[in-house]
Design a protein around this ligand. Sequence first.
Ligand SMILES: Nc1ncnc2c1ncn2[C@@H]1O[C@H](COP(=O)(O)OP(=O)(O)OP(=O)(O)O)[C@@H](O)[C@H]1O
Ligand SMILES: [Mg+2]
Length: 271
Amino acid sequence: MQMDGSKHMGTGAADAPFYLAQGDECDIFTAAYDNNLPVLLKGPTGCGKTRFVAHMAAKLGRPLYTVACHDDLAAADLIGRYLLKGGETVWVDGPLTRAVREGAICYLDEVVEARKDVTVVLHPLTDDRRILPIDRTGEELEAMPGFMLVASYNPGYQNILKTLKPSTRQRFISLEFDFPAPELEARVVSQESGLPLERCKPLIRLAGKLRGLKGQDLEEGVSTRLVVYAATLIAQGMPTERAILAAMVEPLTDDEDIKRGLLDLTTAVFG
Ligand SMILES: Nc1ncnc2c1ncn2[C@@H]1O[C@H](COP(=O)(O)OP(=O)(O)OP(=O)(O)O)[C@@H](O)[C@H]1O
Ligand SMILES: [Mg+2]
């Protein structure tokens, strides 16, 4: 516990999930939290967004409610609904309502996937009113201190119809994420997999080459998550080539020709 009376009640980075900062994102997130501002994280799949939020929630000492958004997610899934329990109808808070009541962080993952009525709910919560109207119960909740809304999305693979409306996105402090720089990514992969740093470096070089194919042969570059998988298999004793095929080639494409091309790249990197 910090002894300076600040509102950061976390016990510090020591017991937070491991997260290696790429830049000033931790400072910006903390400043946003201190000033009641919502944050939007943009970036490709598997680059560390979810890990970052888990890390920051622990550092700030806030409970974290994560919601994976999908195209069927309705406002009631976030806010809550009446449920029948033993012949009685009882109101059950959704994760957003719980976070508002408790002063927790609510993280909406892939927020662009959610239905339109969801973004409407977010508006009064993301401006200085910080209120959540619950139509069904007639309540109007004021967010408790410490409540913070965090959303993320991958600007890559949505079509144009699936971006956020300006009136929504202009309510968030936004941070752009990308794969960590090679030296940082090697440290992340080594830490996560237990594979020695020197043995991670060629995997990172290969990842760089695979990312260069994005937009040509590949829809998305290889994620840090997949590099961690490959390193984990290698650390367990799996032959390098086999681990790379399973973790860094097969997940990227079903096209046999492209796969062969990726394996040639692998041979070029590993010699
Ligand atoms: N900076 C980092 N520090 C620590 N671990 C990281 C970092 N970046 C990536 N990772 C590793 O990559 C994995 C994937 O990251 P994460 O799940 O946060 O991705 P994401 O950006 O949320 O992806 P998605 O958009 O698919 O949800 C993590 O489990 C972790 O092992
Ligand atoms: Mg995620």
